[in-house]
Unconditional design. Structure first.
Length: 414
């Protein structure tokens, strides 16, 4: 049986288990701010899971150590997964075994499928019982995490996709202004490709591909517009850069993701996100880079990434899990993450973001036009199929055109 079939079967099994299981939580009292003290009725241990950088773990652990200042009877344990792939591969099995965290931090990119399959807890009733103040968060951040009118996460951050450029390599190549279109990127990539350095790393991952797609006015339409002319044009742009020998995938260099290629100076440009700041601070603190909006294809477009804290459907104490999740957005912790380049969902802190992170100032206008990912409900199957077909053609020698690739995928998601 393929990994996809195993995963799909497991998710369906979990959905059935959750539907049959009795679930509930203690209705504990709490004040309405994560920065003011409150108590709970009984001692309870809450487990949080996430994947991220070493800096993330340090900040989360510090917050967990201090949660008793707000919720004296909650003990918070933090579990770090080594990568997003490990996170999503391991989590379903942990849920089935009853050892999954009570709440997790995830991106909106991968959330829709799990929400539609009823693996996450709607928070609306819990919010009222726990007396947490959701008005602290921006409306746009809250709306990203609403599906069918229900709130599924405590929002932590939101930030548009971006384009990263190695400043030293750019200047060494004698290039002038930074690119604003994919045509300018392709031209610059030729000048930047020398020796072991590639002009651009294009990670064959749905996040990166979606940023290209949106910059041509395209999108997946939750599965209805996969083979649109705009999406085809975006993929053709990617294919052309590989054919010209200026693009490289992380996999072909033995790396796990684009940030590793970029931090090692083996690619001068890459699509990416705010997480580059925290990663590069640890991986290569001497690397000088600039961040600009995702280049224009035919329009300005990019993804809007939002991290949120989601309570799992089988959390042992959902009320306490929500309080712990809410606590993680306290001003001190959010401000610390802001120093790592994360734009907080807390409105009063978000207003300070671009002052504290001037390297991302040019990205600010993209907050107005960046949008959610729009993947089909069967997200993992879609992203797996998209990546496989791109790898087969770019790395494996298959000869399909972008139109043929997207037409085949579209047939599976009608």
């Amino acid at each position: 049986m393929s990994k996809l079939k195993k995963f799909t079967g497991l998710v369906l099994s979990l959905t059935l288990l959750f539907a049959l299981a009795a679930c509930g939580g203690n209705n504990e009292s709490a004040n309405n701010s994560p920065n003011s003290a409150a108590g709970t009725d009984q001692k309870v241990t809450v487990n949080m899971g996430f994947w991220g950088t070493a800096q993330d773990l340090q900040l989360y652990q510090e917050a967990a150590n201090n949660i008793s200042e707000v919720y004296p009877n909650i003990t918070l344990n933090i579990k770090q997964y080594p990568s997003s792939e490990q996170f999503w591969n391991v989590l379903p099995g942990e849920i089935a075994a009853g050892v999954a965290p009570d709440f997790i931090k995830i991106s909106n990119e991968g959330a829709f499928e799990y929400i539609k399959k009823d693996l996450f807890t709607p928070l609306d009733d819990l919010i009222s019982a726990a007396k947490v103040d959701m008005t602290r968060y921006s409306e746009s951040s809250l709306n990203i995490w609403k599906v069918d009118g229900k709130q599924y996460a405590v929002p932590n951050s939101d930030m548009p996709g971006m384009f990263l450029i190695n400043e030293d390599l750019w200047k060494k190549a004698g290039l002038g202004e930074y690119p604003t279109t994919w045509s300018e990127v392709a031209t610059a990539a030729k000048a930047l490709t020398k020796g072991d350095v590639h002009g651009i790393v294009i990670n064959l991952d749905a996040f990166h591909i979606t940023n290209y797609v949106k910059s041509f006015g395209g999108g997946w339409g939750n599965g209805t517009t996969i083979n649109s002319p705009e999406n085809v044009e975006a993929l053709q742009t990617i294919f052309d850069m590989y054919e010209d020998g200026v693009a490289v995938t992380p996999k072909s260099l033995g790396f796990g993701w684009d940030g590793e290629v970029f931090s090692n100076g083996q690619a001068a440009m890459s699509t990416g996100g705010y997480w580059y700041k925290g990663y590069l601070k640890d991986a290569n603190p001497d690397l000088k880079y600039v961040a600009v909006p995702v280049p224009k294809g035919t329009t300005q477009g990019s993804t809007m990434s939002s991290d949120g804290y989601v309570v799992l459907k089988d959390a042992k104490n959902k009320d306490a899990a929500l309080k712990a999740a809410y606590y993680m957005t306290n001003d001190k912790t959010e401000s610390a993450f802001m120093d790592l380049g994360i734009n907080p969902a807390v409105t009063k802190l978000s207003d300070q973001y671009f002052e504290k992170n001037p390297e991302f100032k040019s990205i600010q206008p993209a907050l107005e036009y960046s949008t959610d990912f729009g993947y089909p409900t069967d997200t993992k199957r879609f992203t797996d199929e998209l990546v496989k077909k791109l790898e087969d053609n770019i790395l494996g020698g298959a000869k399909q055109t972008p139109q043929e690739i997207l037409d085949e995928i579209q047939k599976d998601f009608k």
